[in-house]
Write a protein that binds this ligand. Structure first.
Ligand code: GTP
Ligand code: MG
Length: 148
């Protein structure tokens, strides 16, 4: 099964949306295989967002992401990367459908409360960056009720 890196950003933590976001992934049927609260350094975040270095909003993005703790998670399941992005919504919350996390809880592109990997390759890179200690392997008791 595929896995993806999902993160509640500092604004999502401050706005008490951690449980809401975790609950959506749990209820959808995904399996949680890693989880921690981290106050990341600017250097660590610059690695995470290396592809965006040079964008005009990059310094502000790093400052925002380093402003407080984030919840780092790995979720595993069918088509986890693409499905995770659909559950998050579009980068700009105003373009996110109601029913998506950003479409339900956010308004501004620079305060969009959550992150999700955009490809399987980037998911694996991000999981290594945030969880060098590795993830947890276990089976879900209700797996046969989620997958045929
Ligand atoms: P992530 O899941 O956080 O990676 O978002 P994304 O994949 O939907 O978008 P992208 O990777 O292109 O940008 C990363 C983050 O930078 C976004 O989630 C926004 O928080 C921020 N960002 C992207 N574009 C803009 C912009 O035009 N203005 C501002 N202020 N922030 C932006
Ligand atoms: Mg991105």
């Amino acid at each position: 099964k595929e896995r993806t890196y999902i993160m509640v950003k500092p604004d999502g933590v401050q706005r008490n949306l951690v449980g809401e976001i975790i609950g959506r992934f749990e209820k959808r049927g995904f399996k949680l295989t890693a989880l921690k609260l981290v106050h990341a350094s600017p250097e660590h975040l610059e690695k995470h967002y290396a592809d965006l270095a040079g964008k005009p909003f990059f310094p502000g993005l790093i400052k925002y992401m380093a402003s407080g703790p984030v919840v780092a998670m790995v979720w595993e399941g069918l088509d986890a990367v693409k499905t995770g992005r659909v559950m998050l919504g579009a980068t700009n919350p105003l373009q996110s459908p109601v029913g998506s996390i950003r479409g339900d809880f956010a308004l501004a592109v620079g305060r969009n409360i959550c992150h999700g990997s955009d490809s399987v390759e980037n998911a694996e890179k991000e999981i290594k960056l945030w969880f060098p200690e590795g993830t947890i392997q276990y089976s879900l008791a209700q797996e046969s009720m989620i997958y045929e």
